[in-house]
Design a binder for this molecule. Structure first.
Ligand SMILES: NC(=O)c1ccc[n+]([C@@H]2O[C@H](COP(=O)([O-])OP(=O)(O)OC[C@H]3O[C@@H](n4cnc5c(N)ncnc54)[C@H](OP(=O)(O)O)[C@@H]3O)[C@@H](O)[C@H]2O)c1
Length: 249
């Protein structure tokens, strides 16, 4: 006898609810959970790991950087759903764009692609400011804006931003390693922050497909906590994240 596997009622309701409110991405989402096209701007340790997760889940993925010809090995490892292109190609390709570059590159990306990025229903801001890598002046400017979430919103005006996947790193383990090898047998929460309800809904739908359970900790102003070394950094269960989030100012 042929067996038909129906998605759970909860899953169907999630997909329908998101499809009703999501505008441009709704058609793809309604067709199935794995049809959204994902672009990454930046395809290093973190962008490579994130894109690979979504390619393996069945999403068409385009990795991009200033040197896409150097991404052949990454594309081969990520499998048949992955490809590489220029940043312009990736911005045109993605329903959803992950921004995974050194923070010092965000201003230029906003200048060159900000208009196009503002048309996307979701830009996932994975980039973290680091005084050591990006310089003291940029780190100070980010602080003056109220932290990484609000600073990225200034650099990408009009974009529907959710900060996520910023701070799994802990005890010398990089966040990208946690993405690639999450602790077995444990539900790992991924704290997210955003101001745009539709973008948060879409991010939640998308991230629920992964090993990581999204936990909304607040608006983009809370993005200042989604950086390495903060009280919410490291690997936590969703309940632990909710408890920590409740204590944040
Ligand atoms: N590594 C982690 O575990 C981790 C975890 C959470 C968050 N993050 C954050 O994610 C971001 C990337 O970190 P990473 O470790 O993946 O760095 P990485 O390995 O050095 O990769 C950076 C990527 O960004 C690209 N890139 C740099 N400038 C660019 C520009 N102007 N336009 C387009 N692409 C550009 C680089 O390629 P080209 O130089 O060829 O353009 C490269 O593909 C950082 O902000 C970091 O703080 C990292």
């Amino acid at each position: 006898m042929t067996q038909i596997f129906w998605p759970s009622r909860r899953r169907m309701l999630d997909v329908l609810a998101a499809a009703l409110i999501l505008g441009p991405a709704s058609k793809a989402l309604a067709q199935g959970p794995s049809t959204l096209k994902i672009a990454t701007i930046g395809a290093g340790n973190e962008g490579g790991a994130l894109g690979t997760i979504f390619a393996k889940l069945g999403h068409p993925v385009m990795f991009s950087s200033r040197h896409p010809e150097q991404l052949k090995d990454l594309v081969a490892a990520a499998g048949p759903n992955a490809r590489a292109g220029s940043v312009a190609d990736a911005v045109a390709f993605g329903d959803i764009v992950f921004l995974v570059v050194p923070y010092s590159a965000v201003e230029q990306i906003g200048r060159d692609y900000g208009k196009a990025l503002a048309t996307k229903p979701l830009v996932v801001d994975v980039s973290n400011p680091s005084a050591a890598r990006d310089g003291d002046a940029l780190a100070k400017w980010v602080d003056e804006q109220g932290g990484a979430g609000l600073a990225t919103a200034k650099l990408l005006p009009g974009a529907h931003i959710v900060r996520a996947f910023n701070n799994f790193g802990h005890n010398g383990i990089h966040g990208a390693e946690v993405l690639t090898n999450p602790p077995p047998g444990q539900t790992v929460g991924v704290p997210i922050a955003g101001d745009d309800a539709k973008a948060i809904t879409l991010a939640t739908q998308l991230f629920k497909q992964t090993r990581f359970e999204p936990v909304l900790i607040g608006g983009l102003a809370k993005g200042k906590y989604l950086v390495p070394g903060s009280v919410i950094s490291g690997v936590h269960t969703p309940d632990e994240l909710r408890k920590i989030a409740a204590s944040l100012d």
